[in-house]
Design a protein around this ligand. Structure first.
Ligand code: ADP
Length: 305
């Protein structure tokens, strides 16, 4: 080497490398201004190298977290499956015994059946969520009459609502167009919204299921005259395990998965879900679903057959 300039690559006073410029030709020396330029360059290079290293580190950590999250979902999935089978057997026999029993024994068996069913619904929530997280659910879009699914869901929830002196009203326009949806999953969304409405509405309250359509979508809403949700929590209640931390809500049971499941399914079908609510006055949960024709067009645009 005939002439050499060396500049350290410094990150927060720590040298992570050096930048070296060398001339081999005789009589051609670096000037002090070259050294200054190299020092500016090495400053920039050090920042770029450090950023690339940090980015790689974050990416690595993110991949690790994703793997852990997947393992967690898989664990929940296996545990829930293993719990569901023996619980199903217990529930089956308890129901048979309940039909045969009389008096006090029948009442005791009723408590067993009710709690076993509650446990089964929690396990089902865990299974549904882990399926969504692992990207497992197959959406089977078919042409459906929304009115039919709403009637069914309301019928299922009516005994519970009646036991609280609540009235569930259905208000649908006559000319509701057919939708493209997954029958079972749509039922699950409605069941979650309706059971929340019943749960968080005091005795004698009103619950209404409505639908309206525009060119591409149908909006379905479930309104109640219940306790309402504070404005700061309208987004958070759709997160897994989130529950409004008020003693009244906590009393109602549940583990905070229903809305996360509903949101996951709605979004998987290309829709949105949101809430409008006022504390002490009630809440309206609305979700959108594609109309049959719009769903066909979007599938064609995506190259699906
Ligand atoms: P869970 O009902 O099992 O607690 P969800 O995910 O269905 O779980 O709901 C999350 C939380 O959102 C509830 O715990 C409650 O605090 C709030 N919430 C949901 N629906 C209503 C409603 N209709 N009225 C008032 N609060 C509600």
């Amino acid at each position: 080497m005939h002439s050499l300039v060396i500049s350290p690559l410094l990150v927060k006073q720590r040298a992570i490398g050096v930048l070296v410029l060398a001339k081999v030709a005789q009589g051609d020396l670096f000037a002090p201004s070259d050294a200054e330029l190299l020092s500016v360059l090495s400053g920039q290079a050090a920042i770029a190298i450090e950023n690339a290293r940090l980015f790689e580190e974050i990416q690595h950590a993110y991949q690790g977290l994703q793997k852990l999250d997947h393992m967690k979902s898989e664990f929940i999935n296996i545990a829930a499956h293993e719990l569901r089978t023996p619980l199903g057997i217990l529930l089956g026999y308890a129901t048979i015994l309940q039909e045969k029993a009389e008096g006090e024994v029948q009442e005791q068996l009723e408590i067993i059946v009710r709690n076993a069913m509650r446990l089964r619904s929690l396990i089902d929530d865990m299974l549904n969520l882990s399926h969504l997280e692992m990207g497992k659910p197959q959406i089977k879009l078919e042409r459906i009459a929304l009115r039919h699914i709403i009637d069914e869901s309301v019928r299922d929830l009516s005994p519970l609502a009646e036991s609280k002196g609540q009235n569930i009203e259905i208000k649908l326009p006559q000319d509701l167009p057919p939708i493209a949806a997954d029958r079972q999953k749509l039922g699950l969304i409605l069941a979650n919204l309706l059971s929340n409405a019943v749960k968080f509405t005091p005795e004698g309250g009103r619950i209404t299921v409505e639908a309206k359509s525009n060119e591409h979508e149908i909006w379905v809403s479930v309104s109640d005259t219940g306790i309402g949700i504070p404005p700061g929590e309208h987004e958070m209640i759709f997160e897994r395990f989130y529950q409004v931390g008020d003693s009244l809500t906590r009393k109602q049971g549940g583990i905070g998965l229903g809305l996360a499941i509903a949101k996951g399914i709605v979004e998987l079908c290309g829709g949105r879900i949101w809430v409008e609510s006022q504390v002490g006055r009630g809440s309206t949960f609305t979700f959108s679903i594609l109309r049959q024709q719009a769903a066909d067009e979007s599938r064609m645009a995506n190259g699906d057959t």
